[in-house]
Design a protein around this ligand. Structure first.
Ligand code: FES
Length: 147
């Protein structure tokens, strides 16, 4: 049994420790805001916060994070009012929207580490991919969230 905390709730998954966190979150915890995009660590649609780091959950086994604190998009804020969430809405960022939960989680972690990022910090710090090409708005959005 693997134990850690998801969105401030203890979880005990009776799953193979080699199970990717992405599937434990989606299938066992019904936290479907974390998305499956590429499944190989490139796109970042599956990004969650693990102990303050933006992590690709498709590449993270549940057995490797025993005792960790995981935050998903569902747990980022009580009222969906994290500055990153509000900025994504204000800047009207989403197009298809699929990558947005992972983008917001990556932005939230970046802002937690660096409350006053430069444009280069944002471009280098958020490596998530978007097929709709929101990148110019992404930079503006994270700058807005930091204000
Ligand atoms: Fe995990 Fe693409 S689904 S990085």
């Amino acid at each position: 049994m693997t134990r850690f905390t998801v969105n401030n709730q203890p979880v005990h998954y009776r799953m193979d420790p080699a199970t990717p966190l992405l599937w434990a979150l989606r299938d066992a915890s019904n936290l479907t805001g974390t998305k499956y995009g590429c499944g190989n660590g490139h796109c970042g649609a599956c990004t969650v916060d693990i102990d303050g780091q933006a992590v690709r959950s498709c590449q993270t086994t549940i057995g490797s994070i025993e005792g960790s604190f995981v935050t998903t998009i569902e747990g980022l804020s009580r009222e969906r009012d994290h500055p990153a969430q509000l900025a994504f809405i204000a800047e009207n960022v989403p197009q298809c929207g699929f990558c947005i939960p992972g983008m917001i989680m990556a932005a939230a972690v970046l802002l937690k580490k660096n409350g006053n990022p430069t444009e280069d910090d944002i471009r280098e710090g958020i490596t998530n991919l978007c097929r709709c090409g929101i990148y110019p708005r992404l930079v503006e959005t994270v700058l807005r969230a930091a204000r």
